[in-house]
Design a protein around this ligand. Structure first.
Ligand code: F6P
Length: 321
């Protein structure tokens, strides 16, 4: 059994990261291990920036978004020198394993560290839900609900003005967030990077909807769509005569108290990560499959493919008018 592990959060923050840290700490302590928190992701490993975490230090964090360990994207850790310094610091602090909470980029780092003798287990967290090896990543549910809440508010105003709202949601290169949010907000069209943009389709949909008496329209656009919301709003206004506004929801989607789903899944995933480490098993990522927490070899996980759910797309298409 390992005696001491560390936990870090890396990449973009997500609601539920704190819940995952809390679970890792409490699970490890219940097994007789001690835990160090690493500040600011991999940068903290390189800079020897650790904090002792006990049962009380993770009190009252389960309900808070962000990460109390702070986070960073670490270019230094992509260099061999950075990884070696991190290994050195782990050894100096008697850290035998690390729980890495973050996205695909963070898992690449976890693999590097595992290969150099410090076993790591990745826990998937990103509001984009684009991690290939898992059906669900921590933060996605809260971000969806935040975006839906914001777009419901937009609907209040565009309805009053008979307007069209082209609204950009996050997702980096993926449309998972946009697709779910578009369905939940009753969008007339959902534009995602996985499907080639055909603005004429959007225009004819709006015109079709006008024929059945609809006067306001929501167009949900994933940030990965090359033609931005400003341009899309402009084209819609020109071609339909409907006054249009562009809104970028931006980083508000990363905040807000985590939902039940995010708190519970974060707790379950981090618990599993610590179980693996406690058995000396590293170079793994935990994942959500069905309603189970499973785990994969990191290399295998990074090479998996994740497609947009075409059946969900079909449903979205059929009910939007
Ligand atoms: O990966 C999460 C995410 O919020 C993406 O949706 C977005 O593209 C990116 O991070 C924004 O990054 P930053 O926080 O560096 O602006």
């Amino acid at each position: 059994m390992m005696k001491k592990i560390a936990v870090l959060t890396s990449g973009g923050d997500t609601p539920g990261m704190n819940a995952a840290v809390r679970s890792a700490v409490r699970t490890a302590i219940s097994m007789g291990m001690t835990v160090k928190g690493v500040y600011r992701g991999y940068n903290g490993l390189i800079d020897n920036n650790f904090v002792d975490l006990d049962l009380r230090s993770v009190s009252e964090v389960i309900n808070r978004a962000g990460t109390f360990l702070y986070t960073a994207r670490s270019p230094r850790f992509r260099e061999e020198e950075g990884v070696l310094e991190a290994v050195e610091n782990c050894k100096k602090n008697d850290i035998e394993g690390v729980v890495v909470i973050g996205g695909d980029g963070s898992f690449r780092g976890a693999r590097e560290l595992s290969m150099k003798g410090i076993p790591c287990v990745g826990v998937p967290a990103t509001i984009d839900n684009d991690i290939t090896s898992t059906e669900y990543a921590i933060g996605f549910d809260t971000a969806m609900n935040t975006a839906v809440d914001m777009i419901d508010r937009l609907r209040d105003t565009i309805r009053s003005h008979d307007r069209c709202s082209a609204v950009e949601v996050m997702g980096r290169h993926a449309g998972h967030l946009a697709l779910q949010v578009g369905i939940a907000t009753g969008a007339t069209a959902i534009l995602i990077p996985e499907i080639e943009l055909n603005i004429d389709d959007v225009i004819s949909k709006i015109k079709q909807s006008q024929k059945i008496g609809k006067n306001h329209f929501i167009i949900v656009v994933a940030e990965g769509v090359a033609c931005g919301v400003d341009e899309i709003a402009k084209i819609i206004e020109e071609k339909t005569g409907v006054e249009s506004r562009a809104t970028v929801l931006g980083h508000v989607q990363r905040g807000g108290n985590p939902t039940v789903r995010d708190r519970v899944i974060a707790t379950r995933m981090a618990n599993e990560a610590v179980y693996l480490l406690s058995k000396g098993i590293g170079n793994r990522v935990v994942a959500y499959k069905g309603d189970s927490i499973v785990n994969y070899d990191i290399f295998e996980a990074l090479n998996m493919k994740k497609e947009i759910d075409v059946d969900v797309l079909r449903v979205a298409e059929e009910v939007s008018i």
